[in-house]
Ligand binder design. Structure first.
Ligand SMILES: [Zn+2]
Length: 100
């Protein structure tokens, strides 16, 4: 079960709850629904079990925020972490395609 700020999902699950105005919370909870666990960033903050990720979960290249029309500022971490700036990293995309 995952709880991120204002969301909830089992891992995996058939239902997701995401409240508020943050699409990232909904995307994070959908990741749980598709069987993804947390990336342990900041260390010890998200609840385990944890999945591994490239570069320890820290993004090497900025993603793009379509709503804001700007690049994500670095440092940023994988969507499945609790790092303040998050975006789907290569590991999350690969884990999603593997689990679908
Ligand atoms: Zn979570």
């Amino acid at each position: 079960m995952g709880l991120a700020m204002s969301g909830w999902s089992g891992t995996p699950s058939i239902a997701v709850l995401a409240m508020g105005d943050s699409p990232l919370i909904g995307a994070h909870e959908l990741g749980h629904s598709y069987g993804l666990h947390h990336i342990n960033l900041p260390a010890g903050v998200p609840k385990g079990p944890y999945d591994s990720a490239d570069n320890g979960g820290m993004l090497l290249r900025p993603g793009f925020d379509v709503r804001a029309g700007t690049a994500i500022t670095l440092p940023a971490a994988d969507l499945m972490s609790y790092f303040p700036t998050r975006d789907p990293g290569p590991s999350t995309w690969l884990r999603l395609f593997t689990n679908l």
